[in-house]
Design a protein around this ligand. Sequence first.
Ligand SMILES: *[C@@H]1O[C@H](CO)[C@@H](O)[C@H](O)[C@H]1NC(C)=O
Ligand SMILES: *[C@@H]1O[C@H](CO)[C@@H](O)[C@H](O)[C@H]1NC(C)=O
Length: 368
Amino acid sequence: MLLLVWSIRLTVTASCPMSLQYFPMDRQACSIEIESYGYSMRDIKYVWLNGNKSVDVQGDVTLPQFKIMGHEQESAIAALTTGNYSRLICKIKFSRSLGFYLIQIYIPASLIVVISWVSFWLHRNATPARVSLGVTTVLTMTTLMSSTNAQLPKISYIKSIDVFLGTCFVMVFASLLEYATVGYLGKRIAMRKSRIEQLTKLADEHRKKCAAAAAAADAAVAEQSAAQAPPQLICATTGLPLDPALQLPCGIKNPVHHQGNRCIGGPPPKMVYGGCPQKMNSRILEAKQSGKMMNEASSMTLGGGGGPGNQPPPTPVPFGPKDPNRMLGVSPSDIDKYSRVVFPVCFICFNLMYWIVYMHISASSSPN
Ligand SMILES: *[C@@H]1O[C@H](CO)[C@@H](O)[C@H](O)[C@H]1NC(C)=O
Ligand SMILES: *[C@@H]1O[C@H](CO)[C@@H](O)[C@H](O)[C@H]1NC(C)=O
């Protein structure tokens, strides 16, 4: 056995295959292997001279992205078809330092998500402010994601930074969608309100026509009966006979008459205008008085065939929910109010889970 001492200075640029599943909280092990190409174990056998202490990494060696965690030496035999070859292996362990990614990616991404919540505190009608805030934050997140991935090899699996940035993107996107929901709901409610207003106006006109028609019919009937017998109109409150010249249908046309004077013994109106008998007229008035005009009027079917015997729908079905400012039980301002709480809580929970899980996994996972 011949002991040969041979010294050579080699500068090697080596590549290291890495698993980036936990990037940037990953730990890597890179190995340098020394093996004879031409001589098999029959001729040359390599051994570490001093065991574990053969390889030394100088203490002042630093890397911008990694901390050197240590190294270990091994020797192995590579069995090839041309024979067995002796091989020396040195493994160096690295742990990625998070600081750069924390400052350049994690904190900016979190702040963008926080900025997107500002939208919930702005007024619903501040459409330009809220839409531009949402779109800007979504675009900024997209830029951040693509610039982060541009620095990395094109790998096909999901890295832990992708989980974080993806969640931030979803949060920002969700706040944009929240505004879309608020805007849509507001539009629907405004449409419904204007429709109810229209129906109320129509009903008002209809009622006036009814009153006029009923008055005309009464006058005709009174004229007929005046020829045969004098009308006997007595007012309920005063007990005095009413002036026959005032042939008004009771409680309809004149608000003064309607308030106090109920007529007894007056001839019942025989002819009514287009589907609006006495009952209905008085109901409209009552509804108007009690302020329930909206629902009543909106449930009425107007202009249904106008024969004298035509009856209105027996029981008007209530239309829509009670509060006209709500739809499906929520108002647009409710959505904003809930979002102010739900979005931050979700993001904080996600952050807690993310950091606990990934720190634990990266600490417990041994580098390959
Ligand atoms: C050093 O090498 C010896 C065998 O040579 C081994 O028993 C020991 O575990 C090694 N120590 C380290 C820290 O690898
Ligand atoms: C290579 O090593 C194996 C055992 O590790 C042995 O069985 C084999 O015969 C060796 N081959 C040669 C060519 O020396």
